[in-house]
Design a binder for this molecule. Structure first.
Ligand code: DX5
Ligand code: ZN
Length: 218
């Protein structure tokens, strides 16, 4: 497990009329990855964006795109997201009946492979896949929208996951997504997380770039 703390601002909360500007802000900030939230209106009750916006983000980004697919049947679209610029592709365990196959397909494309868990899904669900993946994403809100209230059970869940990671894949990234801000990031890190997605806390701050630095160092 790396000791580094990685910050991944989510462009779901960016200004899509000024996406290039917001991506350049992230490029010039202390952010590590750029989190890209894709929603299909089926797996989650919201539709965000797909390939064209991901391509625009990639065109301007100097940091890796961390693509989070909140969609059913992600296998159909893995290659397209790779081609759109994804460095890592994360799929939901709840959306993948053949998760081992999906993870293999992501890795064969040359991307980092991630698996996400909804708030109600126990970490035991990934016990037999964790050794094959590069990251596990713990949803700390119900996926679908930015700006939601952080679910308190997340601390316990990350601690459970850290134990599994120490057993089976100590280098796996433990990413937390939803309601992350300067008030909870240190406690999440103490529980075992090391990648922090932040949407509204970054883009809602007076200076998004300063907030990224605060999250990185607080
Ligand atoms: C929620 C998305 C998140 C979202 C986080 O479904 O997966 O990545 O952008 O937004 P905040 O940080 O506002 O909770
Ligand atoms: Zn996300």
């Amino acid at each position: 497990m790396t000791n580094a703390r990685l910050i991944a601002p989510s462009i779901l909360s960016a200004d899509f009329g000024n996406l290039q500007r917001d991506i350049e802000m992230i490029n010039n900030s202390e952010a590590d990855w750029i989190h890209v939230d894709v929603m299909d209106g089926v797996f989650v009750p919201n539709i965000s964006f797909g390939f064209p916006v991901t391509e625009v983000a990639f065109k301007h980004a100097t940091k890796p795109l961390d693509v989070h697919l909140m969609i059913v049947e992600p296998d159909k679209y893995l290659k397209r997201f790779k081609d759109a610029g994804a460095a890592s592709i994360t799929v939901h365990v709840e959306a993948c009946p053949h998760l081992n196959r999906t993870v293999q397909a992501i890795k064969e494309l040359g991307c980092k492979a991630g698996v996400a868990l909804n708030p109600h899904t126990p970490v035991a669900m990934i016990e037999d896949i964790i050794k094959y993946v590069d990251l596990i994403l713990i949803m700390s809100v119900n996926p679908g929208f930015g700006g939601q209230h952080f679910i308190d059970n997340t601390y316990k869940k990350i601690a459970d996951l850290k134990k599994l990671a120490d057993l089976y894949n100590p280098n796996v990234y433990i990413e937390v997504d939803g309601g992350v801000d300067a008030t909870n990031i240190n406690k999440l890190m103490a529980a075992g997380a090391n990648v922090f997605v932040a949407g509204s806390s970054v883009f809602g701050a007076p200076s998004a770039s300063d907030m990224i630095s605060t999250l990185k160092h607080t």
